[in-house]
Design a protein around this ligand. Structure first.
Ligand code: AMO
Length: 440
């Protein structure tokens, strides 16, 4: 088939901008064929672009024979259409385009690897194998519009509160968090690692810019094959100088409240597409706060578990807890023994000035007050079995007037999973990385 050239055609509008005010006017749209129907003397094409879709209507006798005959399309053909906007109540969105010319810019095989009409949902792995195609679906369009809004809203919220956006290295020389969940890489002749989180750098920069945040990816070498774990995650890291956990808890709940408000205000049609308009609602603040000890007592009593102080809460226990506490809530004052070295112990050092933000069973965020005294930090490092020499350059920054500070890390992919009602976190990422997936 002879393909058309783009030539001097340029889009005049995106589908979202074609409204009834344009009735009678000529537009040029471009995109992909989401669906088509051929009813003999009448053909319909659903043309989809990055924002949505519009119906192209070709009625024999109304459009020229040349255009009518040219409109032989397949799923996901890349096309452009020049035509007149017409209001028509029965068309989706109440608008149709009557074409005067069509360009077929690229074609597709007869059978696509996944369904792109939206009528059936192909298997997730198959969709991920064909991700660039899959991402064009209306469902993914809605989902990633919400993600975009979420990131815009987070930035707006934090800039309005005097935060500075930072960017920190993703290649590091020693472990950030301790533990073994690091991906080693070869850095010229040396071993280096992919960063687990911006933790150390955001702390250092809270001693420079006071209130800082970073939105970026970090890497977790966890062989967890669950619907909540990825090996490359996208996180919001926040750190606030001259603050404690109390200030952090307050900021975080206000942020969550505001971001969901913005999503509802600016992305209601995407929420509706995902059938989340009654579920993703603006949560009341302040969020309920429970101490770790209260939570394990509650789980033990209500669900017959036997969690002892100092143990982590298992997935199964969280699942039960999530049936009772379905909304956003904080779990604070975790045992110091299971917290990283940089977390500040409470007055009673059995506990720590730390918290998790939960939504139902899912942990969205962890954070707390940090240790800002160098001697105390060196001691904590060594007590966690880490070599303080490996942290020398980090520790040095604590010699020059490090303010008391606190912060949090929020998993963007996990939050999107919740906001969009997804079953699997891999859906919330354009190209997910898991123990079993490195391509595409
Ligand atoms: P933490 O390790 O709890 O804390 O990570 C912060 C948040 O990131 C998300 N997350 C993950 N999401 C998907 N897959 C994973 N494998 C995964 N691991 C973590 C979770 C989690 O709550 N430095 C601290 C934060 C801080 O104290 O500021 C940290 O990284 O939503």
């Amino acid at each position: 088939m002879q393909l058309d050239e783009l030539g001097d055609w340029r889009k005049t509008h995106y589908t979202k901008d074609v409204n009834p005010d344009l009735a009678g006017k000529q537009v040029i749209l471009g995109g992909w064929v989401r669906n088509y129907r051929n009813l003999g003397g009448l053909k319909f094409i659903s043309l989809q672009d990055k924002y949505g879709e519009r119906q192209i209507t070709l009625k024999k006798g109304i459009v020229s024979d040349k255009v009518f005959n040219k409109a032989k399309v397949g799923y996901q053909y890349c096309i452009m259409v020049k035509g007149i906007v017409q209001t028509f109540n029965e068309a989706p969105g109440g608008i149709e385009i009557i074409p005067s010319e069509i360009k077929i810019l690229n074609i597709t095989p007869d059978k696509l690897p996944i369904d792109m009409t939206g009528e059936t949902l192909s298997d997730l792995d198959l969709r991920l194998n064909n991700r660039a195609l899959d991402l064009r679906s209306l469902k993914n369009q809605a989902l990633f519009e919400i993600r975009g809004e979420m990131l815009r809203s987070i930035r707006k919220f934090l800039f309005n509160r005097d935060f500075t956006e930072i960017t920190t290295p993703k290649i590091i020389g020693s472990a950030t968090e301790g533990g073994t969940e690091l991906f080693p890489i070869i850095y010229f002749e040396k071993e280096a690692f992919l960063t687990q989180s911006a933790q150390l750098y955001k702390e250092q920069l809270s001693g420079v810019y006071e209130r800082v945040f970073e939105i970026s990816d970090c890497f977790r070498a966890e062989k967890s094959r669950t619907k909540r774990h990825l090996c490359e995650i996208f996180t919001l890291d926040v750190e606030m100088g001259f603050s404690t956990m109390e200030d952090v808890l307050k900021l975080l709940e206000e942020m969550v409240h505001n971001v969901i408000k913005d999503i509802r205000k600016n992305q209601m049609s995407a929420l509706k597409y995902l059938k989340m308009e009654d579920k993703t609602i603006v949560p009341e603040i302040p969020f309920p706060r429970y101490k770790y000890e209260e939570i394990i007592n509650l789980i033990n009593k209500n669900f017959n578990f036997d969690i002892e102080f100092g143990e982590d809460i298992s997935t199964e226990a969280y699942r039960k807890l999530g049936e009772q506490l379905k909304e956003y809530y904080y779990i604070t004052h975790w045992p110091m023994s299971i917290k990283p070295f940089y977390i500040m112990p409470s007055k009673n050092p059995k506990y720590s000035e730390s918290f998790d933000l939960q939504k139902g069973m899912l942990e969205l965020t962890s954070g707390g007050t940090r240790v800002h005294n160098k001697e105390q930090l060196v001691k904590a490092l060594e007590e966690s079995g880490l070599n303080s020499l490996a942290f020398k350059s980090h520790l040095n920054t604590f010699d020059y007037g490090m303010p008391p500070h606190g912060g949090f890390g929020l998993g963007i992919d996990r939050w999107l999973t919740i906001l969009c009602g997804l079953d699997d976190i891999r859906e919330a990422v354009m190209y997910p990385r898991t123990p079993d997936r490195l391509t595409p």
